[in-house]
Design a protein around this ligand. Structure first.
Ligand SMILES: [Zn+2]
Ligand SMILES: [Zn+2]
Length: 383
């Protein structure tokens, strides 16, 4: 499509009536570290099994910041953002049981239903998952844009597989629940599903960003007796205390492992690493009591490695990874929504401030500076 043909397309506001290619605004990352630019991009119609979603809000996750800075797992130009919620705007051929106007949060696990993992009920390991899905549905001046995690939440309109769009109850605001698409599920699930925390256990959480704070809330809801939060940022530690941590440890305030051992009779039953460094994984492992489980969930540089003392494995300690909290969005998002509704899971305490799309670079800067846990870009009013 030429630039002139693109200009003649209906804009996003007229999209519902036309259903074909439309224009929409999106924040485009041209290269690693380059400021994002709001551009008019072209969005194709949804194909078989797909829906097109008019996005309302998108949280900025630490992974967005990571790929924007490093270029790992993405090919530029690309549209970042993968914590998005919106309203179904049009349906592709053969999509049944869904409706235009349905409010949804997007889950970046495609859940293809056909791969070995999906057939085994482990949809979080779906083989169709791509960090950079350059599927041709978003283009700029004829050039295909990369779509981070197959979502590209920093766009007004996106095309996704219908299984990616999980329905949201009518009484929950979309900007509130968009974080369920990634960080909340990743952290909550790391504690409750991957880590299988049981009531009365002791838990340490390394890193109090959106993922770590969600792990703390998951551990609290599951009945953990002791929850130790570790982070260098004092404001984040205070927030961790409000959300369920029983003990707060400054990551740069002496050796956090020694502090945790002193607080928990020698170590915790479950340690969650939500930092993304080998050093933090090692600390999580070292903080375990005999028989303890460590779960690594932070996104590292691709070259990052971790060393652990082999002798400690003989004490029945384990270390495992976790993606998307080992959750199945169709099964688990409704449970998380129920926790939000009864006030047990506080998403707004972690969210904001809100930015219009034009100020997307300010949202990234706030996350980078650690002044915000989950800055949000608001793309449209929540209908
Ligand atoms: Zn699959
Ligand atoms: Zn994320």
């Amino acid at each position: 499509m030429t630039r002139e043909e693109e200009r003649r397309l209906p804009d996003a506001a007229g999209a519902a009536a036309v259903g074909g290619y439309v224009r929409a605004r999106a924040a485009v990352a041209a290269a690693a570290g380059a400021p994002l630019r709001v551009e008019e991009v072209t969005v194709r119609a949804p194909g078989p099994g797909e829906v097109r979603v008019r996005l309302v809000a998108c949280g900025i996750c630490a992974s967005d910041l990571h790929v924007w800075r490093t270029g790992e797992g993405i090919a530029f130009p690309a549209v970042l953002g993968h914590e998005a919620a919106g309203v179904i705007e049009s349906l592709g051929p053969g999509v049944a049981g869904r409706a235009v106007g349905e409010r949804v949060v997007l889950a970046w696990i495609p859940r293809c239903g056909r791969c070995r993992a999906c057939r085994a009920g482990r949809t979080h390991l779906c083989a169709a998952m791509r960090t950079d899905a350059a599927d041709g549905s978003l283009t700029l001046a004829g050039r295909t844009l990369g779509r981070y995690m197959g979502i590209s939440g920093l766009a007004e309109l996106v095309v996704v597989g219908e299984r990616t769009a999980i329905p949201v109850p009518a009484d929950l605001p979309l900007p509130t629940v968009c974080s369920v698409g990634c960080g909340v599920t990743t952290g909550f699930g790391a504690a409750v599903i991957t880590g299988a925390v049981r009531w009365g256990e002791s838990v340490a959480v390394f890193g109090c960003g959106g993922v770590g704070l969600s792990a703390i809330q998951g551990a609290r809801i599951a009945g953990a007796a002791r929850i130790v939060a570790v982070d260098p940022n004092r404001a984040r530690l205070r927030l961790a205390g409000r959300l369920g941590a029983t003990d707060l440890v400054g990551a740069d305030d002496g050796d956090p492992v020694t502090a945790i051992q002193a607080l928990t009779e020698g170590g915790v039953d479950l340690a969650i690493e939500a930092v993304g460094t080998g050093a933090a994984v090692r600390q999580a492992f070292d903080a375990l009591a005999p028989g303890g489980r460590a779960v690594a969930v932070g996104l590292p540089r691709f070259t990052e490695e971790v060393r652990i003392p082999m002798i400690a494995l003989l004490l029945d300690k384990s270390l495992r990874g976790s993606i998307h909290g080992s959750a199945d969005p169709a099964r688990d998002f409704p449970k998380l929504f129920a926790c939000v509704r009864r006030g047990a899971l506080d998403l707004e305490a972690m969210a904001g401030p809100d930015y219009p799309l034009e100020r997307v670079n300010d949202a990234f800067a706030a996350l980078a500076a650690g002044t915000a846990v989950r800055p949000r870009v608001v793309l449209a009013p929540d209908a």
